[in-house]
Unconditional design. Structure first.
Length: 126
């Protein structure tokens, strides 16, 4: 059963997130200069509802913010800074080892950074 028994503290998971960020190729890591990465235990029910997720579907991460392709010097103020939420519970359930987690987190970050630059899910390379 994949990842179902794997446990890790929030602190240890945050260290794995830092490992994954450090392992990102430079072009992706540079994008994180303007995007906050936060760890949450589970996606909020409201997010799952907004995304029309089915029971049993896992959400590993989510981009919050205005994509760079829509950003403008002339936009009105009050826009929250860009942020990527990583969901610890779903990631732990998907992985059987720390190495797998580092890769899954990196893949999730790259996917969410794709949204940051304006790509849709259909335009993602994976």
């Amino acid at each position: 059963m994949t990842g179902s028994q794997y446990r890790m503290s929030v602190e240890s998971f945050s260290e794995v997130v830092q490992q994954a960020i450090a392992a990102l190729p430079a072009e992706y890591a540079r994008l994180l200069d303007t995007v906050a990465v936060v760890v949450e235990d589970e996606p909020p029910a409201s997010v799952r509802q907004d995304l029309e997720m089915e029971d049993g579907e896992e959400l590993l991460g989510l981009y919050h913010g205005l994509p760079l392709s829509e950003d403008s010097f002339f936009r009105t103020g009050g826009q929250a800074p860009a942020e990527i939420s990583l969901y610890r519970g779903p990631i732990l359930r998907q992985c059987d080892s720390e190495a797998e987690m580092v890769q899954e987190i990196a893949d999730t970050l790259v996917h969410e950074l794709g949204h940051h630059v304006g790509l849709s899910d259909d335009e993602m390379p994976y």
